[in-house]
Design a protein around this ligand. Structure first.
Ligand code: MN
Length: 556
């Protein structure tokens, strides 16, 4: 985990990258740990959050207890770790743990499986991990020992990964299961469970169905299975076609009903969506750190753009900052689009030329301990917005403000987009880019939603429609005047209307052609409104211009 990484490793990276990027590296008037933003200087990301080990483990235990409460004593939950993904031949992509397994264990181990058995008073939670292998470690690095896995997750019942299949086989046939002692890597299970409580997960009010003698802990589950009422929860979304992320779970689920096991497969996805949409204080600190790293990357890139010939040079500053601040990765591929490239929503090539008179739209997000930021700024390469650019920018800025004003507990998620799009429509009408603000014409220039949930996924889980404290989502209106926007008649338009529309908006279109502006901030719902988690990053045009001017002057 991040907090445990050694200084020496970071120092090596720092030295190496300083050599590569030395000329463009610049932090003005700020030292590491200096949290105050001063006008025109880059605000370095504050140090990474450090958590009290007991509190951290207690929170993970609490999350597991909540899952256990939700699924109940007749259920078993199985979470697989993410499968490694092939880059090419024998090279894999960087490994990233499955989010929900990580949410419950903070374990990054491959081939791990978590099993929750809420009705089992002896082993309410079992972690399966591969046994450490000295040969494998020579090539592939350190594997978790049982002690380390217990330290990360707080789980104290740890079995060798190869025991999972026999365990499952036993479950299918309603046989209690416990591996041979040599394959139990760690155990906290009580052998005299008659008076045992369910305290390991604080599960209360569960029916007691222990056997009169020689109880195994599986009595509740198997009693339910006898009646075909047992439930097997896994991340296998059904009815939506093949899942790109959970193919293994779907295969498992598809094969399972063949056996008359008495277990019905249930989808665990909604259980996690419900929990993860409300962030804990610990989650918010991780997310804030990802955002702080991203903010710093943005500001560094604004300065670098002044000397850049190509978009990838600006992008490089983002990559550098993420690495410098020990982010895990990006949460999604960086978007760095200059001029008309800014009007392509998911432009990730970064191969275009940087022109001084253009805007650069930069949508980037560092990922830290599985939490990703999502921050967009649109800034002028030469440091000064042109009048036409400023007109578009101001409409987007006002739309964002309007959206922020409706955020409070009890408001509907859809209110946010309604507020933003209302301002966009009025603004586009004034600019001459639409002729009717009571129509869907605005979708030609603002074709995406204003918000999505943010957290462990950049487009995070969440079904809530009513806002509650602890929820986090983006506020990202935009206007994109694609150079070819009038060349193709959009679906749903009548030929006549389209011709009239084109004639009416043509002058404004020619004026704003090639300008794309998006401003994106990360909003936390608080008890009395909202907090801009991205607030440290300049957003007003005058502040962006000042930041660029001061920063570039200081670098001369
Ligand atoms: Mn976004």
């Amino acid at each position: 985990m991040k907090v445990h990484k050694t200084l020496s490793r970071s120092a090596v990276w720092l030295a190496l990258l300083a050599m590569l990027f030395g000329t463009s590296l610049l932090v003005v008037g700020a030292r590491a740990g200096d949290n105050k933003a001063t006008s025109g200087t880059i605000r370095p990301a504050p140090p990474a959050p450090v958590f009290d080990e007991k509190e951290r483990q207690a929170e993970l235990a609490q999350r597991r207890a909540r899952v256990a409460q939700t699924i109940g004593s007749k259920a078993v939950l199985i979470l697989f770790s993410a499968e490694p993904k092939v880059y090419a031949n024998d090279v894999d992509y960087e490994y990233r743990q499955e989010n929900n397994l990580y949410y419950l264990t903070q374990l990054k181990q491959k081939r791990a499986t978590l099993v929750l058995l809420p009705g089992n008073n002896q082993t309410p939670e079992i972690l399966f991990i591969p046994r450490r292998d000295a040969f494998s470690e020579i090539w592939n690095g350190h594997m978790y020992s049982a002690e380390e896995a217990a330290q990360a997750s707080g789980i104290r019942e740890i079995w060798e990964a190869r025991e999972f299949e026999p365990f499952l086989q036993a479950l299918r046939t309603r046989q209690p299961y416990r591996p041979k002692p040599e394959n139990i890597l760690m155990s906290a299970a009580s052998i005299t469970p008659r008076e045992a409580t369910l305290s390991p997960t604080n599960v209360k009010n569960f029916p007691v169905c222990f056997a009169k003698s020689d109880p195994t802990g599986f009595e509740c589950l198997f009693a339910a299975a006898e009646k075909n009422e047992a439930e097997l929860y896994m991340l296998a979304p059904r009815g939506t076609g093949p899942s790109r992320e959970y193919a293994r779970e779907q295969r498992f689920a598809a094969e399972w009903p063949i056996t008359p096991s008495g277990f019905v497969i249930k989808n665990a996805w909604p259980v996690f969506a419900e929990m993860r949409v409300r962030k804990s204080a610990m989650e918010l600190r991780l997310l804030q750190h990802a955002i702080d790293i991203t903010n710093e990357a943005q500001q560094r890139a604004w300065l670098a753009a002044g000397n850049a010939k190509w978009e990838y040079e600006v992008d490089a500053e983002v990559v550098y900052t993420f690495k410098l601040r020990n982010a895990d990765h990006w949460g999604y591929p960086s978007i760095v689009g200059c001029g008309p490239n800014a009007t392509t929503l998911h432009y990730i090539e970064s191969q275009g030329a940087v022109k001084p008179s253009d805007l650069i739209l930069m949508d980037v997000g560092a990922e830290y301990e599985h939490y990703t930021a999502d921050v967009t700024r649109t800034f002028p390469v030469n440091g000064k917005f042109s009048p036409a650019q400023a007109e578009i920018y101001q409409v987007v800025y006002d739309a964002q403000d309007a959206a922020a004003r409706v955020i409070r507990p009890g408001a509907m998620f859809s209110d946010v987009h309604r507020a933003a799009s209302g301002v966009i429509k009025e603004g586009l009408l004034k600019l001459g880019l639409i002729t009717d603000s009571n129509s869907e014409q605005y979708r030609l220039w603002f074709m995406h939603g204003t918000s999505h949930w943010l957290g462990m996924n950049v487009h995070d889980v969440g079904n809530a429609v009513k806002l509650e404290p602890g929820m986090v989502f983006t506020n990202e209106p935009g206007i994109y005047v694609r150079p070819d926007a009038l060349d193709y008649q959009p679906l749903g338009w009548k030929q006549d209307d389209w011709e009239k529309f084109k004639t009416a908006v043509r002058p404004a279109f020619e004026k704003y052609k090639g300008i794309g502006v998006r401003i994106e901030d990360d909003m936390l719902v608080t008890v009395d409104g909202t907090r801009w988690m991205t607030e440290a990053l300049p957003r007003k045009m005058s502040e962006i211009e000042a930041s660029i001017a001061n920063g570039r002057q200081a670098s001369r």
